[in-house]
Design a protein around this ligand. Sequence first.
Ligand code: GCO
Length: 438
Amino acid sequence: MKKFSKDFIWGVATASYQIEGAFDKDGRGESIWDRFSKTPGKVLKGHTGDVACDHYHRYKEDIALIKDLGVDSYRFSLAWPRIIPEGSGAVNQKGIDFYKRLIDELLDQGISPAVTVYHWDLPQVLEDKGGWLNRDTAKHLRDFAAVAFEEFNYGVDKWITLNEPWCSAYLGYGSGEQAPGKKDFAANINASHHLLLAHGLALEAYRELNLTEDIGITFNLSHHYPVSDKPEDLDATRIADGLLNRWYLDPVFKGAYPADMTELIKLVEPFVKEGDLDLISKPNDFLGINMYSRNIVKADENGQPQSQPAVHPVTAMGWEIYPESLYDLLVRVDKDYGPIPIYITENGAAFDDRVENGKVHDAKRTDYLERHFAQAARAIEAGIPLKGYYVWSLLDNFEWAFGYERRFGIIYVDFDTQERIMKDSAIWYKQFLQELKK
Ligand code: GCO
């Protein structure tokens, strides 16, 4: 795939709660995911992130694997409760020291760190004060981000303020599928505004420190396709696209919530204060997109969007494999929200992996990645400013409410022994990069 230039960034991605373990080590405080995962019935098989991939202790071994892959960059996130255990106030030096060891080892190995400030592990103390329903949490995130910027910017190549605010808001406060497990659609809208405000405040803090690395935000986006060209299906698709994509893209890149989402605007207006949207829409250096699949939409009897079954094969998550939607999504985002440099900050797939004679033959994952890489190359050829691609994930890890029952890694983890096994997809990725960099 000749379309990738020499300065295109290839990487792998993880997140703190999903891989670190050491949940109570060296002063780490409780997060909403510690509380949620230990609440009976919330996570498959009662799995928790107490140990996960034990990355807190095995980070050197894992960085050696990253090095062996030959990627340019490693995207990981900071555990807020490890750095500021109470969510605000005192900084835990042992938490700072862990991430400095991690960053220094990456730099020693010639791997550029891309750091997500917030990837869902909110300190429980803040949730007890309302969490993302409380505007103060946005200010506490800013203060946490400022500590991170001051302590780690020396080694960080790229900053991402938030990972997928839609998940934090809708899955955390709307549907209750994720921590903290609230079920109130209006609360999701309230939370969405405070998360976007947190992004704006963190971005402002970064600029005030006169730091010069690139900084942006990561959204989970999917391209939406109407099941037919009937007006009701087209309108239902517009609504679905508004709920997932435009509700977040518009404030950040256009400075206003999408005007056609009037019902949501009625819900959010009580939480929007003078100047909020100016702050939220300050310029980013890039947009991170996490893309996995597409949505096919049909109107229900009330004209509301109803997701339709997959047309093509699906992954172990039930997500349709439709790589062309990556191209369609990138073209749309560039047209409606660009020009803005874009990174695919996550793309990958879960499949039911098995170890056979010490190997994992995950041909479906290799096929998934190869076909999505091809769509990324197609987008670059069409002039889309796509600058990099992070495979989700380096390791099999704690897949939130699915626990360890969904394996996204290109490296297999035996959670009983903590053995790592490079899957065939990792070997393919390594060879792909060697070919590219010849
Ligand atoms: C997300 C999160 C990751 C997930 C991955 C697979 O995009 O939901 O960033 O933490 O594990 O996407 O669901």
